[in-house]
Design a protein around this ligand. Structure first.
Ligand SMILES: Nc1ncnc2c1ncn2[C@@H]1O[C@H](COP(=O)(O)OP(=O)(O)O)[C@@H](O)[C@H]1O
Ligand SMILES: [Mg+2]
Length: 97
């Protein structure tokens, strides 16, 4: 049996509006992270690493695409569940740097 990814990112896009300009930052990103896997996200400053991580933490909703954690779309959860997820994810993030 194949392992299921614990985090699955499907076709996410995110742009930021800066003044009159819309700056595309995440342009159709796909990523699978499997349990017990050690993953690194690398790239030059400003390439979108923090924006990508924030989408996984539930802090930055992508403009389109899905973020699945344990097979559930984290942005489709109810408000109180999203709040719980954010608080847990931010805690883990703060503990792990
Ligand atoms: N809230 C925001 N509003 C406008 N632009 C942003 C915002 N957050 C990030 N950006 C822009 O998005 C790009 C990617 O930023 P970021 O994800 O922080 O990159 P990295 O973590 O790889 O250095 C940068 O050009 C940054 O200026
Ligand atoms: Mg960063």
């Amino acid at each position: 049996m194949h392992k299921q990814p614990i985090i699955k990112i499907e076709n996410i896009k995110k742009s930021f509006k800066v003044g009159k300009n819309l700056i595309p930052v995440l342009k159709d990103i796909n990523l699978d992270v499997f349990p017990d896997e050690f993953s690194l996200i690398t790239g030059p400053s400003g390439c979108g690493k923090s924006t990508l991580l924030n989408t996984i933490l539930g802090l930055e909703k992508p403009d389109s695409g899905r973020v699945l954690v344990e097979n559930k779309d984290i942005y489709q959860k109810k408000e109180d569940q999203i709040a719980k997820f954010k608080s847990l994810a931010s805690f883990i993030s703060s503990q792990t740097g």
